[in-house]
Ligand binder design. Structure first.
Ligand code: AMP
Length: 574
């Protein structure tokens, strides 16, 4: 079948030709004709199936280029995806005069996005939080909307965007076409589809089979802020000898490499945009064994070919289960044994479930190694080496004999010296504190308690802060505030989960009161923030809370840092 058989207009066909696509992919072949016929569509297809064209083409065909109002809205889970979809839409609209698309996402200045809207962009691609903000501020009008697209709907629900999506969809004109796309089907998506579309044509595309390598796979439940230390412990105790470490963004890759290097490990990075020469050099060092850890994103690791990686570490779980399979396939090569370990934070549970469903198996759950255990393993390794040497005929060197001390005292002093010299300082993490580790002991694995109670910090208190990612605050800024201003003792701060407009912080219950008191009103990165007790998850399954710093229209960019007025938190939407 050709694109011209699908009923697409000559302008878009010409653009497809420029893009160089020869034939429609299965999802395009099956979703485009009903969508062009005006029907709602529910497309179940995986990333990489060509779904962007499948929804962009019908949405572009439906809009009137002469009308400079928003006529197509595509909601998607991340900023990267929004930008990527926009690029594709613009390429498809190359020969449609006067059509433009704008990405709308949080964590960036409002101004350029508002300007693009003012210039009359007809196609808006955005993340639900920011789209809702602009809509509620009156900066985004959907009165003339013709097409609503939900891309990666499952991902958006996992990320807690349900409430925002519903608020947006409720505000749209009743007469519109809805195109839903999701990699998986769930009751949540069914409900959403049932509520916002009319008898959609269902198109389901099976993913080509992927072989899941037979690698020992372990999931560690790791507090967000403990990840680097846990990685170091794995390296320290020989669980990772030559490790390929995966993260989802370049920034996290850099953080890991900087952290490992600062702690004395030979580590380097692979970025997707590194010049080929440099990539080759880094890969060669890793192959030769001069590097113990190579840290990369999925894209950067493409084409990486190293046979003796003994462990793949998913420092962050990949968003796409297929990437997980590609990642773990980098170990256990050429007949060697290999392992894969994944760090799983509390917000990653649904993602872990999705990956496990995709690979058709459950990973082993293991508890993070405690500082005491690391210490013990180190001593055991040292004793093994001593034993090995003692079997030979090594005598006491002359200089030591001249000290005239009993051999036992000398041996004790040497052991102490070796321990000090060879050991990296172990950083305390919440997992080390028995009061925080609640129900499970080392080695028992969380599986014993079942996933439903996979909440290792049973004994923690959760604090709520009315500021989140949108202000550009990072977890380490918050940790600094808690330790420095709040006087939290070392290791008493656990998982810091940032949302666009609020943050949930797990702390040792013994310091929760002190932190609430001292930080009821505090300054953080130039903003006035409030920390208070978390009231718990909203009923009804939505992760989102109200509250948070929500400046009024135009206010956000007009206050210099440090002079921002305090906006009282909005009422929680429970
Ligand atoms: P998507 O699933 O929309 O993210 O698309 C995955 C990749 O396939 C993108 O790089 C598209 O540019 C490309 N693509 C989409 N449709 C086609 C097609 N019909 N033929 C070849 N490549 C395509």
């Amino acid at each position: 079948m050709n694109f011209s058989d699908l009923g697409i207009s000559p302008e878009i066909l010409e653009a497809i030709e420029v893009l160089g696509f020869e034939a429609p992919s299965p999802i395009q072949e099956r979703a485009i004709p009903p969508a062009l016929g005006g029907e709602d569509v529910l497309g179940l297809s995986y990333t990489g199936s060509g779904k962007t064209l499948a929804f962009s083409i019908p949405a572009l065909e439906a809009l009137d280029p002469g009308e400079r109002t928003v006529q197509a809205l595509c909601l998607c889970p991340t900023r990267e995806l929004a930008v990527q979809i926009c690029r594709e839409v613009e390429k498809l609209a190359l020969f449609m005069e006067g059509v433009s698309a704008v990405p709308i996402y949080g964590g960036a200045s409002f101004r350029p996005q508002l300007d693009a809207l003012k210039r009359g962009a007809q196609f808006v691609v955005g993340t639900p939080g920011r789209v809702m903000d602009l809509m509620e501020q009156g900066a985004l009008s959907f009165a003339a909307l013709r097409t609503l697209i939900l891309d990666e709907a499952d991902e958006m629900l996992d990320m807690g965007f349900l409430e925002d999506i519903e608020r947006i969809a409720d505000a749209l004109p009743a007469r519109k076409q809805t195109l839903f796309f999701s990699a998986t089907m769930s009751p949540g998506i069914r409900r959403l589809v049932g509520r916002f579309s009319k008898n959609p044509v269902e198109v389901s595309i099976e993913r080509p089979a992927l072989t899941v390598p037979t690698v020992e796979q372990t999931a560690y439940e790791v507090v967000f802020s403990s990840r680097l230390e846990v990685l170091c412990r794995l390296m320290e105790t020989g669980k990772v000898r030559k490790g390929l470490i995966f993260a989802n963004t370049k920034r996290v890759v850099d953080d890991i490499v900087d952290g490992l290097t600062a702690r004395g490990y030979a580590a380097d990075r692979l970025h997707g945009d590194m010049p080929q020469m440099l990539r080759e050099r880094v890969m060669e060092s890793f192959r030769r064994g001069s590097l113990r850890a190579l840290v990369a994103t999925d894209i950067a690791a493409r084409g990486l070919d190293v046979d003796d990686v003994d462990c793949v570490v998913n420092y962050e779980l990949p968003r796409d289960p297929e990437d997980y399979v590609h990642r773990i396939g980098r170990t256990a090569r050429a007949g060697r044994a290999g392992r894969a370990v994944s760090f799983v934070g509390r917000r990653d549970f649904s993602l872990l479930g999705r990956i496990e469903r995709f690979i058709g198996m459950k990973m082993n759950r293991e508890a993070v190694m405690s500082a005491g255990r690391v210490e013990q393993m180190r001593r055991e390794a040292l004793m093994d080496e001593v034993l090995e040497l003692a079997r030979g005929d090594a005598g006491l060197p002359q200089e030591m004999q001249e000290l005239g001390l009993p051999a036992e005292r000398l041996a004790a002093a040497m052991f102490e010296l070796l321990t000090r010299r060879s050991a990296r300082e172990i950083q305390p993490i919440p997992e080390d504190r028995p009061s925080l580790l609640a129900a499970h002991g080392e080695g028992k694995g969380f599986g014993a308690r079942g996933d439903a109670s996979w909440k290792h910090l049973q004994d923690t208190a959760t604090l709520f802060m009315n500021a989140g990612r949108q202000l550009g605050i990072r977890p380490r800024d918050i940790a600094g505030l808690l330790y420095n201003e709040g006087g939290a003792p070392e290791g008493s701060v656990g998982d810091i989960r940032m949302f666009p407009r609020h943050t949930l912080i797990e702390v040792d219950p013994s310091v929760a009161g002190q932190l609430r008191e001292r930080l009821a009103t505090a300054r953080l990165c130039g903003y006035e923030v409030n920390i208070r007790e978390d009231q718990g998850r909203p009923q009804g399954g939505s992760f989102r809370r109200g509250g948070g710093f929500r400046p009024r229209r135009g206010e956000r960019d007009s206050f210099p840092r440090g002079e921002r007025p305090h906006t009282p938190p909005r009422r929680k939407r429970f």
